[in-house]
Design a protein around this ligand. Structure first.
Ligand code: SF4
Ligand code: SF4
Length: 102
């Protein structure tokens, strides 16, 4: 393999191929994973608003958007969604972080 010289590399901060983030499985280095308990979800969409990786799957085909799960190919396990998820179902939240077994 021939290594590239420094002057052959793209300048730092440049996006040489826009829109390619979806092609990368960024969920493979996660330590914790959100588990979705649909029965506790009130579809407030706080998780969707706060998720920094757009990993909350939402079905928009009906009258109101419905959270249907997590895109685990891209979720990095940051836990923000579970932190924001209200314990609305008799004190139980729909999103709970658990340690991921590999
Ligand atoms: S924050 Fe929790 S209750 Fe609200 S939509 Fe997301 S999973 Fe459902
Ligand atoms: S753990 Fe982080 S990256 Fe994964 S779905 Fe929740 S907010 Fe998004």
């Amino acid at each position: 393999m021939t290594l590239k010289r420094a002057q052959d590399l793209p300048e730092a901060g440049l996006i040489v191929e826009a829109g390619n983030a979806e092609a990368f499985n960024t969920g493979d280095w996660r330590t914790y994973v959100p588990v979705f308990h649909a029965e506790n979800c009130i579809h407030c969409l706080f998780c969707w608003i706060y998720c920094p990786d757009s990993s909350i799957k939402v079905d928009t085909s009906g009258d109101k958007p419905q959270v249907v799960g997590i895109d685990l190919e891209h979720c990095k396990g940051c836990g923000i969604c579970a932190h924001e998820c209200p314990p609305a179902a008799k004190g139980k939240a729909a999103l709970v972080m658990v340690r991921e077994e590999k």
